[in-house]
Design a protein around this ligand. Structure first.
Ligand SMILES: Cc1ncc(C[n+]2csc(CCOP(=O)(O)OP(=O)(O)O)c2C)c(N)n1
Length: 635
């Protein structure tokens, strides 16, 4: 009989006999594959965390013991086990459940930021609050705070800052390091074990570690490794790599312990009994401060199409047929256009290097990596470091291109301003998934980039309206970079194509009207504005249309021309407040414009998940919205 329909709450899970748990895990995997195939979402990370989530919810008592998920994309099993199975039919859909933990959805969810590497800081703070509460009341509080973090997310600076603080303050936190050896791509770190020495775990390694015989054996291994014969250069390198891997596999990373965080592991993350044992052992040792339990898992486990996907183990996927798996996941649209243009530029300029923060596939850098392996750098999930190492490269004479999602640049704001812009360094930022991104919810929209980056002194901020214009902008950016940094931001989804492109920092006039109204459209909004202009023309209104292209600085010729119209409408898919439209209107007022004006943009609020077009339409950022705004201005 099916087990999953009987699980409505972690208590139901705890009541199941241990021998039924593997069957439950199999049912959960099937459920997740089917659900994600219908809606799209995060797959590989969740398939890898099935046994881990089951064991966590059997040993710890959520929500009294908060279970916190770093990033949160791998929390589907947690959602299923905490009463949200039915919600999966509308995963990431309008009014449906979120693809991340959500405080609105469940008292079992605590954090929902979905930007990586933050969980240890949240856990530290919660532990400080718990202990403070205990102190003031004079009571004892045995609540456990459990923080689950992937090896990929462990590459982010905040995770180390928090570990340092946890170890120093000796806060009682249980850290579960879910090590599958991958971010999207293989993880950039020597801390990860998976994929190095072996993928097969011998049961009971944890116990061996606790055994004094192990310590003696460890010394023998060191001696054995020292005595290995080395023949030829390649053999020498291979032997060295092998030695390092064996050493790391058999020794608890001294790193954690040096910081004051005790270590248990590695544990087989697909063996529920072993996991439960390790968690109980963690609890029994947690009184004396933070402890990390190192769990080895396989990303995509149990679904062959995910296991066999070398690029990202189906980390995330659009809808697909479960019987045949998702079809090709290569870059499309603007991402593909960027990828091609960058390779072309790099063929002619040896100074060009490309940097990604753990997202070589999604940002379109895989082909570049293959073509120029020594000119490609993956920093791990470390946007701050990516930006400042780019600054260093630029200081050293290189022309770094930093390819990030728009939303993740937020993390490196200080580095962009002071490490790059203050030094007027030739760094080019290519920001993918700019604007409204949709399914991933509030933390993934790229709505800050234009409003913020246009305020950085000297920064040039470009927004292409077509793939061809993106390629032209990248070409021009290498020359513009002689005077300092350049940003190019472009959206996801189906791209516009146009044989007509602009150049440099010039705006492009796409239609000349009769002086009644000028529309200044930015990036993706140019497509919607073009349609609006056609609709208005059919109704007898002849509008002027400018493709803004350069958001900062704004093209003075465009401002002067727009100022001659009776009314002006600006349209952008970033925050309206502090946005490009209001800057343009301000410039026009200074140029003597006194007519009617409106700036369309994204309101300053956290925008829930939904289809991008539906979100944009709700803010009037589509052809119908533009037409209606123009009509109001001319009324
Ligand atoms: C600051 C930040 N940068 C990039 C991302 C995009 N991202 C989402 S999940 C992920 C990989 C996470 O790897 P890991 O923590 O090991 O989890 P896994 O999916 O392997 O279980 C990345 C790079 C993010 N969420 N946050």
């Amino acid at each position: 009989m099916a087990l999953l329909p009987r699980i409505h709450d972690p208590a139901d899970l705890r009541a199941l006999p241990a021998e039924q748990l593997d069957d439950l895990a199999a049912e959960i995997r099937e459920f997740i594959v089917n659900a994600v195939s219908n809606t799209g979402g995060h797959l590989g990370s969740n398939l890898g965390a099935v046994e881990l989530s089951i064991a966590l919810h059997r040993v710890f008592e959520s929500p009294q013991d908060p279970i916190l998920w770093d990033t949160g994309h791998q929390a589907y099993v947690h959602k299923i086990l905490t009463g949200r199975q039915e919600g999966f039919s509308r995963l990431r859909q309008t009014e449906g459940i979120s693809g991340y933990p959500s405080r609105e959805e469940s008292r079992h969810d605590f954090i929902e930021n979905s930007h990586a590497s933050t969980v240890l800081s949240y856990a530290h703070g919660l532990a400080v609050a718990r202990d403070r509460d205990m102190e003031t009341r004079g009571t004892s509080d045995h609540r456990h705070i459990v923080a689950v973090i992937g090896d990929g997310s462990m590459t982010g600076g905040m995770a180390y800052e928090a570990l340092n603080n946890l170890g120093h303050g000796n806060q009682r936190v249980i850290i579960v390091l879910n090590d599958n050896g991958r971010s999207y791509a293989p993880t950039i770190s020597n801390l990860t074990t998976v994929g190095k020495a072996t993928k097969k775990l011998s049961r009971g390694l944890t116990n061996i570690r606790m055994n004094p015989v192990y310590v003696r054996r460890q010394r023998r291994i060191e001696a054995f490794l020292r005595g290995l014969p080395l023949v030829g250069r390649e053999a020498e390198q291979a032997a060295e790599a092998f030695k390092a891997a064996v050493r790391e596999f058999l020794q608890p990373p001294a790193f954690f312990e040096a910081l004051g965080v005790r270590y248990i592991g590695p544990v087989d993350g697909h063996d529920i009994e072993e996991l439960e044992h390790a968690f109980r052992s963690g609890i029994s040792r947690s009184d004396s401060g933070p402890i990390v339990i190192h769990v080895l898992t396989q990303k995509g486990r149990g679904y062959s199409f995910a296991e066999d996907d070398d690029e990202k183990h189906l980390h995330d996927t659009p809808t697909f047929n479960p019987a045949t798996g998702p079809t090709g996941s290569g870059p499309t649209g603007y991402t593909q256009g960027f990828s091609e243009a960058l390779i072309k530029a790099a063929e002619h300029d040896e100074r060009i290097v490309a940097i990604t923060a753990a997202m070589p596939g999604p940002t379109g850098l895989l082909d570049f990596q293959e073509r120029f392996p020594t000119r490609f750098l993956d920093t791990g999930i470390a946007e701050q470091h990516a930006v400042t190492t780019a600054a260093g490269m630029a200081l050293g004479g290189l022309r770094p291109v930093v390819a990030l999602y728009s939303t993740f640049l937020n993390r490196a704001w200080d580095q962009v301003v002071y490490d790059v812009a203050l030094h007027r360094l030739p760094v080019i930022f290519c920001l993918d998934r700019a604007g409204i991104t949709g399914d991933d919810g509030p933390s993934h929209h790229g709505v800050y980039d234009m409003a913020l980056l246009s305020k950085v002194p000297g920064m040039r901020v470009l927004a292409p309206s077509s793939v061809e214009d993106l390629q032209q902008m990248l070409h021009d950016a290498f020359a513009l970079a002689d005077d300092g940094p350049v940003v190019i931001r472009y959206p996801k989804g189906v791209a516009r194509h146009s044989p007509v492109v602009g150049t440099g920092l010039h705006a492009l006039r796409l239609a000349e009207g009769d002086g009644s109204v000028a529309i200044l459209a930015v990036g993706k909004m140019v497509g919607a504005a073009e349609k609006a202009v056609a609709d208005l023309a059919a109704a007898g209104v002849k509008a002027t249309l400018w493709d803004v292209r350069s958001c900062a600085p704004l093209d003075a010729a465009m401002i002067a021309d727009a100022a001659r119209h009776r009314a002006v409408l600006t349209v952008e898919d970033g925050f309206r407040e502090g946005g490009i439209g209001l800057s343009a209107l301000d410039a026009m007022r200074h140029a003597g414009f006194t007519g009617a004006a409106e700036a369309l943009g994204v309101p300053t609020r956290f925008i829930p998940h939904n289809k991008p077009d539906a979100i944009l339409a709700s803010f009037g950022l589509d052809a119908a919205g533009i037409v209606s705004s123009v009509r109001s201005l001319l009324a």
